[in-house]
Design a protein around this ligand. Structure first.
Ligand SMILES: [Zn+2]
Length: 91
């Protein structure tokens, strides 16, 4: 992760431990993925076993980890840092 935004020089880590709260965003995102996987499995293969469900959920979390990690951090910093389009560094 870059230290500062290349466009506006906004620090991407305003303080130590800033992204602790992103865990809760990540939790919400993963819950949404769980519901999607569970619903899809129930519709496609209604006689699934618990092992199949847990395996699919674990695979979903592992495979989507790069996405959820970055997405939750992005959402978290957007909550606290407002976008100011007038601030633009000259490259
Ligand atoms: Zn920026």
């Amino acid at each position: 992760m870059v230290k500062n935004c290349p466009h506006c020089n906004q620090s991407t880590e305003p303080e130590p431990g800033f992204y602790f709260g992103a865990m809760f965003i990540s939790y919400a995102i993963n819950t949404a993925f769980f519901l999607i996987v569970w619903t899809a499995l129930t519709l496609i293969y209604p006689d699934y076993s618990l092992t199949v469900l847990l395996t699919l959920l674990a695979l979903t979390v592992i495979l989507l980890l790069p996405l959820t990690y970055r997405l939750s951090r992005t959402i978290w910093i957007y909550i606290f840092v407002k976008y100011k389009p007038e601030i633009e560094l000259e490259n």
